[in-house]
Write a protein that binds this ligand. Sequence first.
Ligand SMILES: [Zn+2]
Length: 290
Amino acid sequence: MQYALVNGVRREAFRGGRGACPVCGAAAIPKCGPRILHHWAHAGRRDCDPWWENETNWHRTWKNLFPPECREVSHVAPDGEIHRADIKTPTGIVIEVQHSAMTDAERQSREAFYGNLVWVIDGRSFRDNFDIYHLLPDPSSAIAQDIVWEKASRPMQGAANGLFFRLSEGREDYPELDISKATLRFGVIHGIHEIRTEVEQAYRGHHQYDWVRPRRTWLDAACPVYIDFGEEYLVRLEIYDESNLPCIRYVTKRKFLHDVMLETNAKTIATRFYPIDRRSPAARASLEGA
Ligand SMILES: [Zn+2]
C-alpha cells in the first residue's frame, strides 16, 4: 500500500518508518529498496482487506493522477465491513484499478459494496486479443435511428468494415412482422461507405469491437468498465442500442480524469460531449479503410 498511518497521519513509506495499516491497525513496515516501488507492507501475514491486490507500477501511476487525499480511501459499510478503495473522488465516485483477473463473485461483491463505482482495468496483457473496428455514429444521432449493424468479429471481416440493415426497409418489406432494432437481422445489406459522411459527422467515439477470449466478468459488470491499453485513450465497454450490439467508446484519459472529479455518478462520466478533434489512429484507419 502507498499510505500507512504514522502517529495518526497518512504517510508514504520512508526508510526506518513505523506505521499502522489504516484498515486493520496492524504494524506496517516500509519497503524502500532501490529497485522496488516504495510501499508499506504488513509486518506479518494477515487477513486484512481480502480485495487488496499487490500494487504494480501501473496501479501507482493511476493513483498518482489524483490528489493524495483521494488515494487508498477506507470505506466502511453500515455493518462494519471495511475495504480500502484505490481512489475515491471528492464527489463520491470510487475508482478501482484492476490488474489481475477477477471472479464474478468478487466483482459483484465490490460493486455492491461501493455502489458508485467505476472500473479501470489493465488491458495491456490482452491487447492482441482485442480488435477495434469501424466507427459507429452516436446511438442518439438521427442517422443511427434507422440502422441495425451487423455484429463484427475477427472471423467476420466484412462486418468489421461496417455492414448494416435499415429498419425502414425491413418494415416496408415485412409489414406483417413487428420489426424493431431488437429483431431485425435480415434484409438488404448496406455498406458503411453509403453513409460515411453522416457517420463521421455523428461520431462520438463509438466503434464495433471483438474481444477474443474475453474476461467475461467485465462484459457482465453492472458498473462502468474502462480498459487502459496504455494509450492516450481509454476504451469503455458499452451496449450500443436496442439491437444489443456490443461496442466500445474511446474516452480520452484527460476527459475521464476531468469528469470523475466533477460528476457525482460513475455512470455519467464522459456522457457530456464535445466534438472529438483528434481521432485516434484506430479511428482514422477505420475511416480510411471503409
Ligand atoms: Zn491491514
